[in-house]
Design a protein around this ligand. Sequence first.
Ligand code: DGJ
Length: 516
Amino acid sequence: MTTTAAAALPRPHLRRQGTATQLLVDGQPFILLAGELHNSSASALAYVEPLLDQLIPLHLNAVLAPLSWELIEPDEGRFDFALVDGIIDAARRRRLRVVFLWFGTLKNAMSCYTPAWVKTDLARFPRAEAQPGVASGTVSPFGAEILRCDARAFAAVMRHIADIDAARHTVVMMQVENEPGILYASRDHSPAAERAFAAPVPEPLLAHLRQQTGTLIAELDEIWAATGRRAAGTWAEVFGEGADEVFMAWHTARFVDAVAAAGRAEHDLPMFANAWLIAGPGYKPGQYPSGGPVSKMLDVWRAAAPHIDVLAPDIYDPDFRGNAVSYTRSGNPLLVPETRSDTAAAAKALYAVGRHDAICFAPFGIDDLAAPHPLGETYRLLRDLMPLLTTAAGSGRMTGFLQQGDEENWTAEIAGFRFRCRTAKPMKDCTVPGGALLLHLEANEFIMAGRNLILTFEPLDPAQRTGELVWLDVGDYRGGQWVAGRRLNGDETAHGTGVLLGDALTVCRFELHAYR
Ligand code: DGJ
C-alpha cells in the first residue's frame, strides 16, 4: 500500500465484533502473530536488525520491542529518537508491524529503566517504601514529579511516532509501563502513599463498584462484601484485609492511565498494560507486584484507567487456559504479550485465537527461536487463515482446544453439532502438545487445524442420533484460499467418525451430516 493510501485509512484502533474485540490496521482486522524481544535486544540497532531477520521465516507479522526511557531522554528535556526511527524503519523493510513497550517508571515493579537523572535524585523522585523509611528500587507512583516527567517523555515519544508514522501505521499499539506494581510489600509506605491511604476511597471507584454490583469479579466482590460493601470510608474501612492491594491497584492504574492519556493526546493508538501474574494459591500481594492488573483487580483497573484498552496477562504459568479465561472477564479482550517461547507456544497460539479471538499472541524472548519451529508453521497457517478467522471472531462459529495434561477432553457446540475433543497422546509423547482451532465455514462444513487431538461429533437435534463425515480432505490455506490435498477415509478418519490430528500440523476441511 502506498503512503498516501495508508494515510487515508483510519489509525489503528479497536472495534467490537459480536463478543470479540478486534484490532483494525489499515481498516482491516489484524491478529498480531508476534513475539516479544528480550529486554535489551532493541537497545542497539546493529544488534536488533539481524534478530528481525530471524523473525521472517517464523512468519511473525509483528514484533513487540521495548523502548526504554533512559535511552529516549538521557538528559532531562533532551530526547533521542534514533532507536524509535531505526526500529520503525527496520520493521517496515521486513513488513513487520510494531508494538512498542514503554519501559518508563515501572518495569517488573522496579524503576531500573528510568534515566540516570531520575534514578539518582531520590529527593525529587521519592522511592516506594516497603517498610516505612526504607527506600526501594521502585520510584513511588505517588510522586507528582515522576508522573509529570514520565508522562512528558511518553507524550514526546507518541508525538514523534505521529510525525513519522501517522501515514504508515507501522506502530499499531503501545504497552504503557511493564508489569507495574510494588514488590516486597502489599503497599507503598512512603509519606505520600501514607497520606493517600488515610484519605477516603475516591468516589469514582465507589461509583464503579456500585454500578457493577452483581457483575463484579468474584474475588474483588468478596473483599468488598467482607466489610458489608461499605459505601464510603477510608481504604481500610471499605476494603478491610484487601485494602492494601485495592489501594495500590487504584493508584498504580491512575498513574499508568495518566501516562497513557498524555501519549494518546499526541497520537491516539490502542494501549494496554501487562500483568505479572499471581503464581498460585496462597501468594500474597508483594510476592507478585501489588497494584498490578492481576485478574482479580481488573474491575479496579477498568475504573481507574479509561485510557488503557486492554489488561494483558504475561502467562508463564503452566495453566495457560485458566489464565486466558480469567483475562476475558469484565469485557476484557485477550492479548498475550508474553508467554514461554517453547514448542507448546504453537498449540497455545491456536487456542488463544480459536477460543478467545486473541488480539495478540507473543512468546517472550522471540530472539531465541529460529526456523524451522512449530510456532513458525502455525503462524504461517494463521496468516493464511486470517480473513476467515477475523470474519468468524465473536460469532460463536469458532473455538480452540489446548492440551495441558494427559487424557483431557472438552466439548463445544457449534452449528448444530456437539463436538467432543480429546487428547491423542500423553504430553511426554508429543513434540507439540495437542492444540487446535475449529471453525464453522458454512452449512455443515468445518475446518480443524492443529496437532495431537481427536475430534468426534454428534448432532444437537434430539431427532437425529448420529453424526457422520460426508467427506474430509487434508490440505492447506494459501492467501485465504483452500488447496485440497488427500481425501481421508477409512482408518484415517476412524471410518467416518472422527478427525484425527497427529504430531504434524494438519489442516482438515470436512462436511458432516446427521441421521437417525
Ligand atoms: C516478565 C517481564 O515483563 C519481561 O520484561 C521479562 O523481564 C520477563 N519477565 C523475563 O522472563
